[in-house]
Design a protein around this ligand. Structure first.
Ligand code: TA6
Length: 299
């Protein structure tokens, strides 16, 4: 799918179209922090809130080539999550993350917030992979937090049925010391053991390969003693929260993941998958909204 434009218009203060690692990108630098979004996949790759380390993890082994998935940041998974349900040759997590979005431009908003917008519309390439008509947009807003809104409109005459995720990779000090709060009581599918269970403790910690799909609409809090911070992951329009860390064995099997990098990351993904698919009638639209905010560790 090709984008329609590379944004010829004027930009908001601090916004610059650029090339990073050979790919078209948009960089924002403002009093609130900095942001880098690749046009391919409308992929938010870097986010640095104010001072302190970047919030998002990016593998040192990630590929940055047209059509290749970027390992880290916030991949957009659409219109399916994980492996394609019937064709293993199709890319995991759908085609949006390797498609060239159109860059629609930037906007200066109140409270010195800056918003970037990207769009992907169905075309013959996408229809060969998924026979549907859609208009997908990502709006990224940099302010005292990072807000991402992924919206899909059904522009065709038939019902649209899809899965989606903002597959966020967070940087952590040491994954063995973190705890994820907010999932207590949520049922989940454990993709490592193939079983189903319910989160029965408040603090979800990572001691082995973890790949869990929670039925949860709630706010999560990533408590990270290693970086002396916590990150609040708030969301709307998402019925599923996925928590993933490959730990060492799976990390070793991934070519774009250095063997010891699993220690410095965890995915908390805001999704609609595993029974929480989105179904849109012609003309209907759905938005998945995520707000990421770094806070000091609570005393
Ligand atoms: O979100 C968890 C997951 O589905 C895992 O099963 C693992 O495959 C991870 O995504 C990585 O996906 P990717 O396609 O980015 O390699």
């Amino acid at each position: 799918m090709s984008g329609h434009s590379w944004g010829e218009g004027d930009e908001a203060p601090g916004v610059q179209r650029c090339h990073e690692r050979g790919l078209e990108a948009v960089r924002v630098v403002s009093a609130s922090g900095s942001l880098l979004v690749f046009r391919q996949g409308a992929h938010v790759a870097e986010y640095q809130p104010g001072s302190g380390p970047g919030l998002l993890w990016l593998s040192s082994k990630s590929r940055f080539e047209r059509g290749a998935a970027i390992r880290g940041g916030v991949p957009i998974c659409f219109p399916w999550f994980g492996a394609h349900p019937s064709d293993p040759k199709l890319p995991a997590h759908g085609f949006a993350r390797t498609s060239l979005f159109a860059y629609l431009g930037s906007q200066a908003l109140t409270n010195e917030r800056i918003a970037l917008s990207f769009e992907l519309c169905a075309d013959q390439t996408s229809r060969a992979l998924w026979p549907a008509d859609f208009r997908a947009r990502l709006r990224v807003t940099l302010g005292d937090a990072l807000e991402l809104e992924f919206s899909v409109r059904n522009t065709g005459p038939r019902e649209l049925d899809y899965e989606e995720a903002l597959h966020t990779y967070f940087s952590v000090g040491d994954v063995r010391q973190i705890a994820i709060h907010g999932l207590l009581g949520a049922p989940y599918a454990d993709k490592v053991t193939g079983t189903s269970s319910v989160q029965d403790v408040e603090r979800l910690t990572i001691a082995s390969e973890t790949d869990r799909v929670y039925e949860s609409t709630k706010v999560c809090r990533l408590v990270d003693p290693g970086l002396s911070q916590q990150v609040v992951v708030d969301k709307n329009g998402s019925a599923t929260t996925v928590v993933w860390n490959p730990l060492i064995e799976k990390a070793r099997r991934l070519s774009d993941f250095a063997d010891d990098e699993y220690l410095g990351m965890v995915c908390i993904e805001s999704a609609n998958t595993h029974g929480a698919r989105i179904v849109l009638a012609p003309g209907q639209e759905h938005s998945l909204f995520v707000r990421l905010c770094r806070e000091p560790l609570e005393a």
